[in-house]
Design a protein around this ligand. Structure first.
Ligand code: FAD
Length: 418
């Protein structure tokens, strides 16, 4: 049966847009539906956050010719050369240095909006990808040979496959009735840009407080960092309501003034935090990627990185079947994507949830054990190096620490040595 296009991607966020770019040379026709207004529109909502991007993500962006535009002079990504992590409740601390694993950095801090704008620019260059802004998926129907999507404006578009890249409240997932397990953390992450007295030296800093982690992430300007302060929601609301002077004072204290006095703080925004994991990632003519499939605590800065790995794996599988003339919308073929990604996503969800819980404990004896554990990891070079490779995204298995599970787009020519 002929369809209007081969693939519909619902959601043109970072993950959905990257998937389209990964399929740009596949010869498949792709339509992205995005509820936000086009980027040039003054009323379009902007993402004010930054993301810690792993080396695997940089490789993916390199492979689709997007990294160059992300790195463009105005507001370029800042390399993370070192990480300092310490515990407010004990003497525990860990120091990571990228030199120890022979890499120039462990990852990058980049503006979400700049990444998205770079992906949209790449999409514009592809004649086989169309993006429809201000377009909301309302419903869809799956039949033997196709999926028919109905938009809120009343248009119908048919395709062989529908991809839900529509974020944590995914309508695609909800309509499919795919179960989504998880819980709210009752925490809110406060995000703001901060200027401090001392330079950050391209170090990412994170202090674990009993109320949640406080991170200072380096930006291109050496005096500026983006903070992600996750705190129990009642406390976060108090912090959001403080005047600038009181907020700067409290922030400096909680961070032990590691970068000297906090000189300036930009507008503060709060993001509620939840954990969620879809029971199934695929169904007949349907697949979920990114936050539509899994949502995790931002303390390890891995949510979008895991989503981009989903996109790279799914693109590799779709392209493989398409080249052989096979129907890639069949669930028995799509299940290979779940087998490849679900385990790694599950481990990351468990690890971030585990860290959140362990650091949320505030009892002297347990604090002491936690501190000793951190100092043990920090003092053991092979374990420390394994953790750095995991954080950089270039090891996909906690036990093996090997790159064997990474999709081709995430590998660079030098990464095979792990
Ligand atoms: C405070 C905070 C800090 C974070 N820091 C990091 C970090 O440092 N590193 C990291 O890897 N991750 C981080 N994350 C996680 C990361 O932001 C998410 O994992 C990522 O944004 C998910 O991308 P996505 O494209 O899957 O979903 P989204 O960004 O939610 O995009 C979904 C898109 O779908 C569109 N949409 C929704 N419904 C419809 C519909 N019905 N029809 C059409 N379009 C629709 C939306 O407009 C949106 O553009 C952080 C998260 C938070 C909250």
């Amino acid at each position: 049966m002929s369809t209007d296009c081969d693939i519909i991607i619902n959601g043109g966020g970072m993950v959905g847009s990257a998937l389209a770019c990964l399929l740009a040379d596949s010869g498949l026709s792709i339509v992205i539906l995005e509820s936000n207004l086009p980027p040039g529109d003054k009323k379009a909502s902007k993402d004010i956050r930054v993301s810690a991007l792993t080396l695997a993500t940089k490789n993916i962006f390199d492979s689709i010719d997007v990294w160059q535009s992300v790195s463009h002079a105005k507001n370029p990504p800042a390399p993370i050369m070192e990480m300092q992590i310490w515990d407010a409740g004990s003497s525990g601390q860990i120091h990571f240095d990228s030199a120890e694993i022979g890499e120039p950095c462990l990852g990058y801090i980049a503006s979400n909006q700049k990444v998205l704008d770079s992906l949209y620019t790449r999409i514009k260059r592809s004649s086989n990808i169309k993006i429809k802004f201000d377009c909301v998926l309302k419903d869809y129907k799956i039949s033997q040979d196709q999926v028919a999507v109905l938009t809120e404006a009343g248009a119908t578009i048919t395709a062989s496959l529908l991809i839900g890249a529509d974020g944590a409240s995914s309508r695609v997932r909800t309509i499919a009735g795919l179960e989504n397990h998880g819980w709210p953390y009752n925490q809110t992450a406060i995000v703001a840009t901060v200027e401090s007295e001392k330079q950050h030296n391209n170090t990412a800093w994170q202090r674990f407080l009993p109320t949640g982690p406080l991170a200072f992430l380096p930006l291109a300007d050496l005096q500026q960092t983006s903070i992600v302060w996750s705190a129990d929601t009642a406390y976060a609301n108090e912090l959001l309501q403080l005047n600038d002077a009181d907020f700067k004072e409290t922030l400096g204290q909680k961070f032990e003034n590691r970068l000297g006095e906090i000189k300036n703080v930009g507008p503060r925004n709060g993001f509620p935090l939840t954990l969620a994991h879809a029971e199934l990632y695929t169904d007949e003519r349907l697949a979920l990627i990114g936050d539509a499939a899994h949502r995790m605590h931002p303390l390890a800065g891995q949510g979008v990185n895991m989503g981009l790995l989903d996109a790279a794996v799914l693109a590799e599988i779709i392209q493989g079947h398409s080249e052989q003339g096979r129907d890639f919308g069949k669930n028995f073929r799509l299940k290979a994507y779940t087998r490849w990604r679900k385990h790694d996503n599950q481990l990351m969800l468990m690890a971030t949830d585990g860290f959140k819980r362990v650091f949320g404990i505030n009892q002297p004896m347990l604090n002491n054990i936690r501190g000793q554990g951190m100092n043990f990891v920090s003092g053991l070079p092979p374990l420390r190096r394994s953790m750095m490779r995991l954080a950089s995204g270039m090891a996909s298995g906690i036990i093996t620490g090997m790159t064997g599970n990474l999709p081709r787009a995430a590998l660079s020519s030098t990464s095979s040595r792990w």
